[in-house]
Design a protein around this ligand. Structure first.
Ligand SMILES: Cc1cc2nc3c(=O)[nH]c(=O)nc-3n(C[C@H](O)[C@H](O)[C@H](O)COP(=O)(O)OP(=O)(O)OC[C@H]3O[C@@H](n4cnc5c(N)ncnc54)[C@H](O)[C@@H]3O)c2cc1C
Length: 376
C-alpha cells in the first residue's frame, strides 16, 4: 500500500491529503505537524485576538473528518530530517517514519528585521496558534502599550484587534506610505487620513527601527515606549528542511507547475514552495497548490495555474479592495469624501483594465477582477 507522508497541517497539506484519499482511497496518508491543534484557518488568528471564535469558524474541518476520510493526523510531530534517497523522516523525539511519496508543506515564518534586540522576550509575532496563545497570555497579564513593526495588511489587522482589546498601539512602517503593495499614493493618503482619526492608534511611516529594547522600540528620532513589540514585517518560506536534504531551493522550495521538487517522489506546496520564481504567501494559492500536489501524488496530471490574487482589507470601518498593477499610463479616479467611496481604474496603452483600487463600496470588485484577469 502506497504511503504518502505530508509535513505540515496547513491548508496546502490538508487539500493535498483530501485529493489523495479521494483518488486513491486505499493508500495511506499521514500528516505530521509540529502544531498541537488540527488544521485551522490561519488568517483567522488576528481576528481571534479581538474576539473568540467558535470551532466551526476557526477549524477548517470538524474533528471527526480525519478519521472519516482515513487521513492520519500526527500532531506535535516536528520533522527534523528528510532522507530523500532512503525515503524516511526523522522527528524531534528521535523516532522515524518511512514514506513512498512526500509532500513538504511547511509554510512560512515571520521575517524578523535584523536589528539588535529583535529576539528579546518582549518581541512576538503571529504565525501559529502557539503564537496566539503567547499573545493572549501577555494581554491577560495586563500588557497594553504595544508597538507593531510593519504597516502592511497583517500589521493593520493586528493593530485593530489589539485596539479592540483596549491597547494603545503604534504602528511603524519603513516605507513612506501605507500599504505600498496594495495602494497607490493617492489612495494611501486617503486611508492614512482616516486612520489618523482612530483613537489610541499612531502610525509612523518612513521610519527605520534601529533596535528593540526591553522597554520600547528605538527609531532615529527617539524611543517609542512599549511593553510588547509585535513584528509583522513579511514572511519567508520555510525551506531549511528541504535544503538540508539537498532539494533545490531558492527563496522557496523550487517546484514545477505539478509541484514536483528536484528530488524524485518529493513534492512541495503552499507558502514554502516557489513556482516560476514566485513565492505566493497567500491562502488561496496555497490551497490550489495543495490540490495540484495531491492529484499528482495520486498519479493524475494536474497543474497549478496561478490566478490574480487581489487584496481585501476591512479594518477600522474601512473596506478596501485592490487588484492588478498601478503603474499604467492612464488612470481614472472618482472619490466622494462624504461617503468615503473611492474608485480608481488603471488602464494600459490599449485602454485595457490593468488594475483597480476600490474603497467603501466594493460591489464592483468581482466584475473588475474578472476584467483584469481577462486582459492579462
Ligand atoms: C495572521 C495571518 C493572517 C493572514 N491573512 C491572510 C489573508 O487575509 N489572506 C491570505 O491570502 N493569506 C493570509 N495569510 C497567509 C496564509 O495564512 C498562508 O498563505 C497560508 O496559511 C499558507 O498555507 P500553507 O499550508 O502553505 O502553510 P501554513 O498554513 O503556514 O502551514 C504550515 C504548517 O507546517 C508546519 N510545519 C512547519 N515546519 C514543520 C516541521 N519541521 N515539522 C512539522 N510541521 C512543520 C507548521 O507548524 C504549520 O502548521 C495570513 C497569515 C497569517 C499568519
Amino acid at each position: 500500500m502506497m504511503k504518502t507522508a505530508i509535513i505540515g497541517s496547513g491548508v496546502a497539506a490538508l487539500e493535498a491529503a483530501i485529493q489523495i484519499k479521494a483518488l486513491k482511497p486505499e493508500s495511506e496518508v499521514v500528516m505530521y505537524s509540529r502544531e498541537k491543534v488540527r488544521p485551522y484557518r490561519r488568517p483567522a488568528l488576528s481576528g481571534m485576538i479581538a474576539e473568540p471564535m467558535n470551532e466551526a469558524q476557526f477549524y477548517i474541518k470538524p474533528e471527526t473528518f480525519y478519521q472519516d476520510k482515513g487521513i492520519r493526523l500526527e500532531l506535535d510531530h516536528t520533522v527534523t530530517v528528510i532522507q530523500p534517497s532512503e525515503k524516511f523522516l526523522t522527528f524531534a523525539d528521535g523516532t522515524a517514519a518511512a514514506f513512498d511519496k512526500l509532500l513538504i508543506a511547511t509554510g512560512s515564518r515571520c521575517f524578523l528585521p535584523p536589528v539588535p534586540g529583535i529576539e528579546g522576550e518582549n518581541v512576538l509575532s503571529l504565525r501559529e496558534f502557539a503564537d496566539f496563545e503567547r499573545i493572549e497570555k501577555r494581554l491577560e497579564a495586563g500588557v497594553r502599550k504595544i508597538v507593531v513593526i510593519g504597516g502592511g495588511l497583517l500589521g493593520l489587522e493586528l493593530a485593530e484587534s489589539l485596539l479592540e482589546r483596549g491597547c494603545e498601539v503604534v504602528v511603524t512602517e519603513g516605507c513612506p506610505a501605507l500599504l505600498p503593495r496594495n495602494l497607490d499614493a493617492e489612495a494611501a493618503a486617503i486611508v492614512e487620513k482616516k486612520l489618523a482619526e482612530v483613537p489610541n492608534l499612531t502610525l509612523r511611516f518612513g521610519v527605520k527601527v534601529q533596535a528593540v529594547e526591553p522597554d520600547g522600540v528605538v527609531l532615529e528620532s527617539g524611543k517609542i515606549p512599549a511593553e510588547l513589540v509585535m513584528v509583522s514585517a513579511g514572511a519567508r518560506a520555510n525551506t531549511a528542511l528541504a535544503a538540508a536534504a539537498g532539494i533545490r531551493c531558492n527563496r522557496g522550495i523550487a517546484v514545477d507547475d505539478r509541484m514536483r521538487t528536484s528530488a524524485p517522489d518529493i513534492f512541495a506546496a503552499g507558502d514554502c514552495a516557489e513556482v516560476d520564481g514566485v513565492c505566493y504567501g497567500l491562502f488561496n494559492a496555497a490551497k490550489m497548490m495543495g490540490q495540484a500536489a495531491g492529484r499528482n501524488i495520486a498519479g493524475e496530471e494536474a497543474c497549478f495555474r496561478p490566478e490574480s490574487y487581489p487584496a481585501r482589507l476591512a479594518v477600522f470601518g474601512l473596506k478596501l479592495f485592490s487588484a492588478g498593477c498601478f503603474d499604467t499610463p492612464q488612470a481614472e479616479t472618482s472619490y466622494d469624501p462624504e461617503t468615503g467611496n473611492f474608485r480608481k481604474l488603471f488602464r494600459d496603452d490599449s485602454g485595457r483594465l490593468a488594475g483597480c483600487i476600490l474603497m467603501g463600496d466594493l460591489r464592483e470588485s468581482l466584475k473588475l477582477q474578472a476584467e483584469i484577469d481577462s486582459s492579462r
